[in-house]
Write a protein that binds this ligand. Structure first.
Ligand SMILES: *[C@@H]1O[C@H](CO)[C@@H](O)[C@H](O)[C@H]1NC(C)=O
Ligand SMILES: *[C@@H]1O[C@H](CO)[C@@H](O)[C@H](O)[C@H]1NC(C)=O
Ligand SMILES: *[C@@H]1O[C@H](CO)[C@@H](O)[C@H](O)[C@H]1NC(C)=O
Ligand SMILES: *[C@@H]1O[C@H](CO)[C@@H](O)[C@H](O)[C@H]1NC(C)=O
Length: 462
């Protein structure tokens, strides 16, 4: 009996569910009432969200080969077509879409005026496709566009005027493309851009005017490119730049000119630079607002000049807070390089430290402020401290004795040699004193004869 009731209940539930699905399926023509809105090609979920009944249409992973027919879904405001098999983007019918995602498809081409009737677009994601080129007119009707993602494509260049109408653009992602160069005029229209990602391209130079219009640019990612020096002439105009990533570029050295006049910068990252050898005097002296600095995983970086940060801090002004010099080839770091004891974070681990008197300050900081800067620092030198953790080495063992030793013994050595030489000379003079005396004597005679002769000749002339 009990079993039977349970069975009936279950079947009733199933029936109800089936009924619900049927109703929902009907939403094909009346989309904003149901959750599933099947279109010709696949199944989407439709969720109303806006004041005017706009729909969020989610068609992810449905093996669509083209966009669904929007005639049936005229209220679509947000269309997610990601993870499908669309290879060509035809011109969209008239629509009210504000957010369109087409990432992770197989797009190879886009119609010239694909968005001519899409005039409210704010967000467009075309990332993870196979686009090699874009029509110059593609964004001409997208004056409202704020977010554009073109990363992970095969774009080798951008048509010069492609962003001509994009003066509302706020964020532009162009990472992971094989671009080598960018025309100096391509970005001149983007005077509201705040975030630009150009990472993972093959850019080796940028015209000095390329970024001049972007006076609001706040965050710039140039990592994973082919710059062999900091493109400072291009960066200099960026009055609002706060965050800069230069990681993974073949930059060899950082010097006084590298960051000249980038005084708004607060967050600088230079990791994985396999050619970076040294950081020279005053390299960061322009960055008086710098707060976060990451210089990590640079296998050849063995020297940071003690005056690299000269002028960016003093007794009353310290902007810098977090510094990482992790995993470089530093063996020492001068105490006054940075106001180390005032930093809130300092990572010095995984460097081949020479644990001598020059690293005393690390311990001093710990004693004064209970900081943990030296935790995990392993000494590579001197030999007798190799492998020891700096944290566990006593203060008095951090000595520069080898230097002092060499100095003393070499001085002693020179003095002994000098005295031995002096004794030898005295001995020689003593042994051959008679011969010396005779030579001296004859010389004197010859000298006086000569003197007399010269004297008389002179008199003759007069
Ligand atoms: C759409 O849903 C129907 C019914 O659930 C199913 O038979 C069909 O395979 C689905 N289509 C796709 C493309 O997933
Ligand atoms: C593309 O960029 C936008 C921001 O511009 C971001 O919101 C979106 O998640 C990115 N797309 C992918 C697939 O990461
Ligand atoms: C300390 O540095 C700040 C910022 O660079 C500067 O404005 C200030 O005049 C300096 N103060 C002193 C006492 O040097
Ligand atoms: C830096 O730390 C010292 C204490 O070690 C402190 O006296 C000094 O005021 C700090 N300086 C700033 C600018 O915060």
């Amino acid at each position: 009996m009990k079993l039977l009731t349970r069975f009936t209940f279950a079947s009733l539930l199933m029936l109800f569910a089936l009924f619900a699905v049927c109703i929902a399926d009907d939403g094909k023509t009346n989309a904003n009432e149901g959750n599933v809105c099947s279109t010709n090609g696949g199944n989407c979920t439709c969720t109303p969200y806006g004041e005017n009944g706009e729909l969020m249409v989610n068609c992810k992973r449905q093996r669509f080969t083209k966009l669904p027919n929007l005639v049936n879904l005229p209220k679509t405001g947000n269309l997610d077509m990601s993870d499908n098999e669309i290879h060509t983007l035809e011109k969209l019918e008239k629509n009210i879409i504000t957010h369109l995602s087409l990432h992770t498809n197989q797009l190879k081409s886009v119609a010239n005026f694909a968005f001519e009737l899409t005039q409210n677009l704010i967000f467009l994601d075309l990332s993870f496709n196979s686009l090699n080129s874009l029509p110059e007119t593609l964004f001409d009707d997208l004056g409202t566009l704020q977010y554009l993602n073109l990363s992970y494509n095969n774009l080798e260049f951008l048509p010069k005027d492609i962003f001509k109408k994009c003066n509302s653009l706020f964020e532009l992602r162009l990472g992971h493309n094989p671009m080598k160069q960018i025309n100096g005029d391509t970005f001149v229209y983007l005077n509201n851009l705040e975030i630009l990602d150009l990472s993972h391209n093959e850019i080796f130079s940028l015209e000095s005017t390329a970024f001049h219009a972007m006076t609001k640019l706040d965050s710039l990612d140039l990592s994973h490119n082919d710059f062999d020096s900091v493109p400072i002439n291009t960066l200099r105009g960026l009055k609002s730049l706060i965050k800069l990533d230069l990681s993974n570029n073949p930059i060899k050295t950082i010097n006084e000119a590298s960051f000249y006049k980038l005084d708004s910068l607060k967050d600088l990252t230079m990791n994985h630079m396999r050619h970076l050898v040294d950081i020279k005097k005053k390299a960061f002296s322009s960055l008086s607002n710098l707060q976060i600095l990451s210089i990590q995983d640079n296998p050849l970086l063995s020297y940071i000049d003690p005056y690299a940060f000269k002028g960016i801090f003093n007794h009353s002004w310290i902007a810098i807070r977090e510094v990482s010099f992790r995993r470089n080839s530093l063996s020492t770091l001068a105490e006054g390089t940075l106001p180390f004891c005032n930093l809130t974070k300092l990572d010095l681990t995984e460097n081949p430290w020479r644990c001598d008197c020059h690293l005393h300050w690390i311990k001093y900081c710990e004693d004064q402020h209970k900081k943990t800067f030296q935790r995990g620092l392993i000494c590579a030198n001197p030999e007798k401290l190799r492998g020891h953790e700096l944290d566990l080495v006593e203060h008095k063992k951090l000595v520069c004795e080898k230097n002092i030793g060499i100095h003393h013994s070499s001085m002693f050595f020179s003095i002994s040699i000098f005295f031995m030489f002096l004794m030898l000379i005295t001995l020689i003079i003593f042994v051959y004193r008679d011969r010396f005396a005779s030579i001296y004597g004859s010389n004197r005679k010859q000298g006086s004869i000569y003197y007399v002769r010269a004297q008389s000749e002179n008199e003759g002339v007069n």
